[in-house]
Design a protein around this ligand. Structure first.
Ligand code: GLY
Ligand code: MN
Ligand code: MN
Length: 439
């Protein structure tokens, strides 16, 4: 089943942003640039997330202008013109007419004409919103358009007085996911869960980490998710203790765990799942003991994802369970309160329990409002990903614990009552993992 964001939702987002903009202002937002990979070869194109959110338009060399109150149309797209000869080589172009018909813009122009047209649209507006400081090349273009207006001051032109970062308005909107966005994210989560199941079933001693990476990509691609949301992490044994391990080239060994952190991107929306399982299909007693602690921490954190709780409560819940677990296993000394106060858990758990999730895997949106943690509200999507990592060279612990790295990560969206887990399609209890791997 194909899921997709309806065209009218993009128009509604533009409307909502314009309603939040100051009167007499203009917002300008460029598409992502194409990037060279190596001679004559480009990286696969990925649209800029903000541009995608407001347009759904997937081409490079495009600029969106939002001009509330403009008589001839408020939502204006500049894009490449249709060109049969170019399209023969590089594929279909939507063109300005197609942009109006198919994407619901009010007005559209060839991108080649932007320097002639856009300064006239900016002129007379008091404030310009744009992604200030994000891309030096685009900053320079905005300055060039302003110079054109300033050069006409003596003929009565009014240059804008304020340049304002667009992010503040836009990123707050992106934090609250619509029903259509949640559908796409749920689909992405479902595909990624299936991919993790496939990797679990196919893990074997003598294979390599990249063999599991291949299984993940197979399932992503099979479902039309042509890209990962971030480079997949497949870390066997002590490689699971390296948080951003992406070499994925070591052999998988019997007796080791393997940590897999991978998610597909679907319609530019990210999924982000981690599972940790034994190469052999059976956990050892030490692996089991640590795994149960991480799993209990993850359940406690997920329980804390509900409206009116604040952003840090899931982290605090996970931290208590992890730290108590380390004390109970003899890996940490002292009382729970002492360990939390002096952060003695940090060598074993050094990252946070989650992040916002959406068009970006580490999605936009403020975590604090002023000095206070943000209160969770329905529609906010986040990951829940506690872990424990016993460094292979940690001589403070008995050798039997060393080199074990475990993380368990799911994607959840806050609902009215609590939260919905978008990635529950892949097992995470020891019994269910062992059963799947034995299958
Ligand atoms: N895979 C990136 C993260 O978990 O934050
Ligand atoms: Mn992850
Ligand atoms: Mn994550």
């Amino acid at each position: 089943m194909a899921v997709t964001i309806p065209v009218k939702e993009f128009a509604e987002r533009r409307r909502k942003l314009m309603d939040r903009m100051a009167p007499d202002s203009i917002a300008i937002l460029p598409a992502a640039p194409e990037r060279v990979r190596n001679r004559d070869v480009l990286h696969p194109f990925r649209q800029d997330s903000d541009f995608q959110y407001l347009t759904g338009f997937g081409e490079p060399e495009a600029v969106l202008a939002l001009i509330p109150g403009r008589e001839h149309g408020e939502a204006v797209l500049f894009c490449k013109e249709r060109n049969p000869e170019k399209e023969l080589w590089d594929g279909f172009l939507v063109g300005p007419e197609g942009a109006i018909e198919r994407y619901g813009f009010d007005d559209a122009f060839p991108i080649a004409d932007i320097d002639d047209i856009l300064p006239g649209m900016i002129e007379g507006r008091s404030r310009v919103y744009y992604p200030l400081g994000k891309d030096p090349a685009f900053d320079n273009r905005v300055m060039d358009w302003l110079k054109v207006i300033r050069s006409k001051v003596r003929s009565g032109a009014h240059p804008p007085g304020e340049l304002v970062a667009l992010e503040h308005l836009l990123h707050d909107m992106r934090l609250y996911k619509s029903a259509a966005e949640i559908k796409v994210m749920a689909k992405a989560g479902q595909i990624s869960a299936e991919a993790h199941c496939r990797a679990m079933k196919r893990a074997r001693q003598g294979g390599y980490e990249y063999n599991l990476e291949a299984e993940l990509i197979h399932t992503f691609m099979e479902h039309g998710a042509r890209s990962t949301a971030y480079p997949s992490i497949v870390g066997g044994g002590a490689n699971g203790c390296i948080l951003h391990y992406i070499e994925n080239a070591a052999p998988l060994k019997d007796g080791d765990l393997v940590l897999v952190d991978a998610g597909c991107e679907l319609e530019c929306y990210a999924s982000d799942i981690t599972r940790t399982f034994p190469v052999s299909g059976k956990f050892s007693p030490e692996q089991k003991a640590l795994y149960e602690v991480v799993l209990a921490a993850q359940y406690a954190a997920i329980d804390a994802v509900k409206p009116d709780n604040h952003w840090n409560q899931p982290h605090e819940a996970a931290l208590r369970v992890l730290t108590q677990g380390l004390i109970d296993l003899g890996l940490l000394a002292g009382t729970l309160d002492d360990a939390l106060a002096n952060e003695s858990y940090k060598p074993f758990f050094m990252h946070r329990t989650g992040h916002w999730l959406g068009l970006d895997v580490h999605d936009v949106g403020d975590y604090k409002v002023g000095d206070a943690w943000r209160v969770l509200e329905p529609g906010m999507a986040l990951t829940v990903e506690p872990g424990l990592y016993i460094a292979p060279d940690n001589t403070d612990v008995e050798p039997r614990w060393r080199g074990i790295g475990i993380r368990i990560e799911d994607d959840v969206v806050v609902t009215k009552e609590g939260c919905r887990n978008l990635t529950e399609g892949v097992p995470k209890t020891i019994a269910d993992i062992e059963a799947l791997m034995a299958d």
